[in-house]
Design a protein around this ligand. Structure first.
Ligand SMILES: Nc1ncnc2c1ncn2[C@@H]1O[C@H](COP(=O)(O)OP(=O)(O)OP(=O)(O)O)[C@@H](O)[C@H]1O
Ligand SMILES: [Mg+2]
Length: 221
């Protein structure tokens, strides 16, 4: 699917519970390459990503992704949430990827064999095929991140929203995942909007940084 060119925030006020994470923010962000959404713990990074998926609605203003509201743009978006539910830990890796293929992006129901082959292709792409039959709860953090990345790629999205894809990884695993993300932008042409506290691992790899602090959002190249 074509990668969205830009994310537009029009006078957005966005809250998570009692916390105002965006306070009347207006900003246009080009999306090509890798955009890092940075900010301290609790700044509201996950909430902003969730708002881009229509999982949480702003109090005021609107978000547009290539001119479309999140509810209409989300079929072009793949999402890796921060952390997994306990239930997700029980199911095999390949089922986790296949589960993402039943959604709206596929339009018509897809046969089991076709879904399985596509899931295996995505798991191979992210280096996770060898542990595809094991439950997510039995995988290491790095192995699990690769499976979740494969799931986010289901349906050939043009934009990936990745919430802390480098969390809990050792130095080598971080380097491998960053190299994989860079290669996805280059080979598949996907755009990535991601959060991470691992700025050292991303140095020289990101196209721009979006800094979120005290309800304000600024673009830093
Ligand atoms: N559903 C909720 N109800 C109430 N408060 C919430 C909810 N979700 C998030 N918050 C609060 O909103 C603030 C922003 O949370 P968010 O998870 O977006 O931060 P974050 O920048 O992603 O943090 P981290 O770096 O720790 O992942 C935090 O203070 C959090 O406690
Ligand atoms: Mg978060």
């Amino acid at each position: 699917m074509a990668s969205p060119d830009n994310l537009v925030l029009e006078n957005i006020t966005l809250c998570a519970g009692q916390t105002r994470v965006l306070n009347q923010v207006s900003l246009t962000v080009p999306l090509e390459g890798i955009t890092l959404l940075s900010g301290r713990n609790g700044a509201g990074k996950s909430t902003v990503l969730r708002a881009c998926l229509d999982l949480v609605r702003p109090e005021k203003g609107q978000i547009l992704i290539d001119g479309l509201p999140p509810g209409m743009a989300c079929e072009r978006i793949g999402y890796m949430p921060q952390g997994l539910s306990d239930a997700a830990l029980m199911i095999p890796a390949i089922s986790h990827v296949m589960a993402a293929m039943d959604g709206a992006r596929w339009g018509v129901p897809v046969r089991f064999g076709q879904r399985k082959r596509e899931a295996e292709r995505l798991l191979a792409l992210t280096g996770a095929l060898s542990f595809s039959k094991r439950p997510l709860g039995h995988l290491s953090g790095g192995e699990r991140q690769r499976v979740c990345l494969a799931q986010a790629l289901a349906g050939q999205p043009g934009l990936l929203l990745l919430d802390e894809p480098l969390a809990a990884l050792d130095h080598d695993a971080q380097q491998q995942i960053v190299a994989l993300l860079v290669s996805l932008t280059q080979t598949l042409g996907v755009s990535i909007l991601m959060t991470s506290h691992e700025t050292a691992a991303l140095e020289g790899k990101v196209t721009r940084v979006l800094a979120l602090e005290n309800g304000e959002l600024h673009v830093r190249i």
